[in-house]
Design a protein around this ligand. Structure first.
Ligand code: B12
Ligand code: SF4
Length: 534
């Protein structure tokens, strides 16, 4: 029986490690997940007090106040000692790190510390290392360059057999100064994978100089995160899905689990973890009407919890929305990303404005709480396209809410990043311009008469002094994307934002150790457009 420890630097994005741990358990091996350090959100004016990732996310919140996501406090010697001590107790044969691009520097440092203390191989996996495997190999001994379910079990088997690890398919490694690229693996059949491992006794959380054992992944709170499919039928260039499609083919990468297994997992989760709501993190949950029609009645009868998911303008069909609403769909997020068709074309996302408006109207007419995602600060926006977005939002159903806007991020390896480089494009609008447009966008969500909104949008004084728009804007925005277990599904609002942003400080250090049980604490991190939703 091999013993494999996973270190997840920064809580959140934990479905990967829970999945791998489950595969190991099922195959008779032992596993441990260590959540090391937390991210939090703070107003930009205060972010200098904290450490930031190179790709720190920005979140444009209430009154267009810009907040920094992915902030953290320095990693302390005590925290490193707790990490090493926890690993020592577990005696791993292999240590795995799971990461996206954002925390790669911090993960590199943690890896260096762990390497000093242990003489066991270290493997990195996740979207970040898959996108930049050679760079990852500067820190880790091996890199998983794709899906990890079969890889981790084969590694465990080879450890047991005392066999070499370097030629496992799907793994790159460094040996004799050279990068060894083992052959890839076919994508997994999603019905063959295990249910993710959320067992508290196999999870440890280290943060703020404290170690808490026996945690339910605390960013999940009372919600249960699940993905019923991998892949997406669309190919927006700013999203990892289009990169996956380049690697595996569009058709091949889109796979969905059977309704039977999804329901079985949820019934189990309800019984075991007392979850109160379900978050379907599928890239576009509303694809495949046949699957939805099989799923909805069974979910209603056997799970019956309120749920949330992503939809896409083209896949928001009235009959399916009604069916899902009847099954428990409490709120849904639709991706718009821009109100300018010209900008959308630059993103390889050709959606026309009427289609988006029609889809949103469908959501509203079906009585579902609707949210939309919008990306901002992109290299292809101009004064005219921002104006178009404002005009578009004026026509977009006012009942549709937003949690704020997320700036475009240039992730390595993405088509969009390449497109920007080829076109030598850069963000041309100033912070001040954006402050103005963000406020105008938020103004469209108010109940003010249209003529007032238009007047504000045309009067020069507001252009010169955007802050004058503030009194017309609500002091708070819903905080839907906060994975803090405090989702108020009745109103789609979370009572965590405020005018000055102070209350939006969401620090996991405020969490009481006792609340890290199955019910979860109030705390977490924001996410949004840049994570590639719809
Ligand atoms: C769901 C999701 C979230 C949820 C996570 C919920 C949860 N509890 O896990 C939330 C909303 C919290 C979230 C947050 C963020 N997200 Co997000 N998220 C996703 C999404 C849609 C799915 C990820 C997922 O869980 N997939 C399922 C698991 C099983 O797959 P996986 O993680 O890839 O793991 C597999 C392999 O990679 C591999 N593997 C992974 N780790 C390891 C480790 C080892 C040792 C091995 C061997 C293998 C291995 O094996 C796994 C099984 O096959 C992806 C987009 C996508 N379609 O992938 C974006 C995505 C991962 N997110 C992204 C981003 C940027 C973020 C944020 C940084 C946004 C922000 N600004 O705050 C935060 C980061 C939070 C954090 N603390 O790290 C980006 C990352 C881009 C990049 N190149 O870095 C993505 C790729 C979207 C995009 N823009 O393209 N996200
Ligand atoms: S942004 Fe959404 S619709 Fe576009 S490729 Fe990514 S997951 Fe699919």
């Amino acid at each position: 029986m091999a013993r494999i420890a996973f270190v997840k630097v920064f809580t959140g994005l934990n479905l990967g490690v829970c999945q791998l741990s489950a595969e190991l358990q099922r195959a008779g091996h032992d596993s441990l997940i260590i959540y090391f350090k937390d991210y939090f959100v703070a107003p930009q004016s205060e972010s200098h007090r904290y450490c930031q990732s190179d790709l720190t996310g920005i979140w444009v919140a209430a009154r267009a106040k810009e907040m920094n996501c992915n902030l953290f406090k320095p990693f302390t010697e005590r925290e490193y000692a707790l990490l090493i001590d926890t690993l020592r107790e577990f005696r791993p044969d292999l240590i795995g790190f799971s990461l996206c691009t954002v925390p790669k520097k911090q993960v590199a440092e943690v890896t260096r510390r762990v390497k000093q203390a242990f003489d066991v191989p270290i493997i990195w996996g996740g979207s970040g290392p898959a996108l930049e495997p050679e760079e990852a190999l500067e820190h880790a001994d091996m890199v998983c360059v794709g899906e990890g379910e079969e890889v981790i079990v084969e590694l465990a088997e080879r450890i047991d057999a005392d066999a070499p690890l370097s030629d496992v398919h799907g793994v790159w490694s460094r040996g004799d100064g050279e990068v060894r690229k083992a052959a890839g693996r076919p994508l997994v059949n999603l019905d063959s994978i295990a249910f993710p491992d959320f067992e508290e006794s196999r999870a440890v959380h280290i943060n703020d100089d404290r170690r808490i054992r026996g945690v339910y992944p605390h960013n999940m709170g009372r919600q249960y995160y699940i993905m019923t499919q991998r892949g997406c039928p669309y190919s927006c260039s700013f999203c990892i899905e289009s990169w996956y499609q380049d690697q595996h083919g569009k058709k091949e990468s889109l796979r969905r689990r059977s309704v039977d297994l999804v329901i079985e997992e949820l019934v189990l989760a309800k019984r075991k973890h007392g979850v109160k709501a379900v978050m379907f993190y599928d890239d576009v949950f509303t694809v495949n009407p046949r699957w939805l029609r099989e799923f909805a009645p069974r979910y209603k009868a056997e799970v019956g919890l309120p749920f949330w998911c992503y939809t896409y303008p083209r896949t928001t069909r009235r009959e399916d929305m009604l069916l899902l609403k009847d099954a428990g769909l409490a709120s849904v997020t639709i991706g718009l990303q821009s109100g300018s068709e010209q900008v959308l074309r630059e993103y390889n996302r050709p959606v026309d404005r009427e289609l988006s408006i029609k889809a949103a109207q469908t959501i509203v007419d079906c009585g579902i709480v609707g949210f939309f995602d919008l990306m901002t600060r992109s290299e292809f926006e101009t004064e005219e396209t921002c104006r178009e977005t404002f005009e578009f939002l004026l026509d977009f159903p006012q009942q549709m809410k937003t949690v704020g806007f997320y700036p475009m991020t240039l992730f390595p390896g993405y088509g969009y990043t390449e497109h920007v480089r080829e076109r030598q494009a850069s963000v041309t609008l100033s912070d001040r311009d954006y402050a103005y447009y963000h406020k105008l966008y938020l103004l469209t969500r108010t109940e003010l008469p249209h003529r007032v909104k238009r007047a504000v949008g045309s009067l020069k004084v507001f252009r010169r002094f955007p802050k004058l728009i503030d009194p017309l804007l609500p002091k708070t925005l819903p905080f839907f994307y906060l994975d803090n277990g405090a989702l108020d599904l009745d109103g789609g609002n979370l009572a965590l934002t405020d005018e000055e942003g102070q209350e939006t400080h969401v620090r996991l250090r405020d969490v009481e150790p006792t609340s890290l049980g199955t019910t979860g604490p109030r705390g977490g991190q924001a996410m949004g457009g840049s994570i590639g939703p719809m």
